[in-house]
Design a protein around this ligand. Structure first.
Ligand SMILES: O=C(O)CCC(=O)C(=O)O
Ligand SMILES: [Fe+2]
Length: 331
């Protein structure tokens, strides 16, 4: 039993090898497509290495950045409040408790910091001290994740026979790519009197895809097969692997053929929440991307929400200014 989790509560996700995917392996592409259709979540095996510039080094550097950043006094962090700094919540600090939590009557139990990877805000970015130290790591990491996003988009576009002009990959990157962020997260230790807690509420990610790293368990994915009700399965950390989530944009563009995974963070069964760090690259469409199915022939320009307005709507929901079925994404 992995860390006290019964085997039937552990998610069994596809494992896709990045090198094989980049080499055009049919088997790797098939695994990816299966995962996109069935779970909207999978492990991506990445050769991490430990030499300068390797993914292993970048990942270790970003964990160090998280620890140093979140150790700063709350007053200093609050000077960089995400809701004050950035209209689209792409840069700045979110304190614990600003969002709803995962159990009735509770608030969230994590702080986070968004670093914009997009070109629009680059010049305006606020880099608190520790992040300035690790700036190169963050920039390198975002470009690695962008390569990952591109190859996954290519495979999924090919699966749906999308024409080049409206392929998933055509809707990311370039000077219009302003919404991509790296999110650093820190979960506080749970109180001893609350054995089971859900510090991050069930949600889907609002963008196209997320590349997520954490060495500490707690991530859960909803498995609705059968009863149609949420059954929560733990997504255990796996050596040399990131977890990839497909987000709402992918599900919308593919007309539901690809799923956006519903996930949350919880403590282990019968345990308090341990201190936990995680970080993720959240790849989002360019601001001019049409937010409608791409599979039904030519896209009609009129009456279609563009990503720019779509992002604003999603955040109005999250902050409780508008009712939403499922809370998405959690800057
Ligand atoms: O901390 C985690 O493992 C999950 C983070 C997450 O789901 C998010 O930031 O959207
Ligand atoms: Fe998420």
């Amino acid at each position: 039993m992995a860390l006290g989790v019964p085997p039937d509560q552990v998610a069994s996700l596809e494992v896709v090898n990045l090198v094989q995917l980049l080499q055009g392996s049919h088997d790797a592409a098939q695994r990816l497509v299966r995962a996109a259709r069935r779970d909207g979540m999978f492990y991506l095996e990445i050769p991490e290495g430990n030499e300068p510039g390797s993914m292993g080094r970048l990942v270790q550097g970003i964990y160090a950045a998280c620890e140093e950043l979140f150790r700063l006094p709350l007053d200093d962090k609050m000077k960089l409040d995400v809701d004050q700094l950035s209209e689209y919540k792409t840069n700045g600090y979110k304190p614990i408790g600003r969002n709803i939590g995962g159990l009735p009557g509770h608030r969230d139990g994590f702080e986070s910091y968004a670093v914009s990877c997009g070109s629009r805000e680059l010049g305006l970015l606020c880099w608190p001290g520790p992040l300035e130290t690790y700036q190169e790591y963050l920039l390198d990491f975002s470009s690695r994740c962008y390569d990952i996003l591109r190859v996954i988009c290519q495979v999924l576009s090919a699966e749906l026979n999308l024409p080049p002009g409206v392929s998933f990959e055509a809707l990311h990157g370039g000077p219009d790519a302003s919404f991509d962020i790296i999110r650093l997260l820190h979960y506080e230790t749970g109180r001893q009197d609350s054995l089971f807690s859900v510090p991050q509420v069930a949600h889907t990610d609002l963008g196209s895809l997320t590349v997520l790293f954490s060495e500490t368990p707690g991530l859960q994915v909803s498995d609705r097969a059968g009863s149609g009700q949420d059954k929560w399965l733990y997504v255990m950390p796996r050596r040399n692997c990131a977890v990839i989530n497909l987000g709402d944009a992918m599900s919308l563009w593919s007309h539901g053929q690809f799923r956006s995974s519903v996930h949350r963070v919880a403590s282990m069964p019968e345990n308090v929440m341990p201190e936990r760090y995680s970080f993720a690259f959240l790849g989002r469409p360019v601001s001019s991307a049409p937010m409608c199915p791409l599979t039904g022939g030519p896209v009609e320009e009129e009456n279609i929400l563009l990503c720019e307005d779509w992002v604003k709507e999603k955040f109005r929901g999250l902050r409780g200014q508008k009712k939403m079925d499922l809370c998405c994404d959690h800057t």
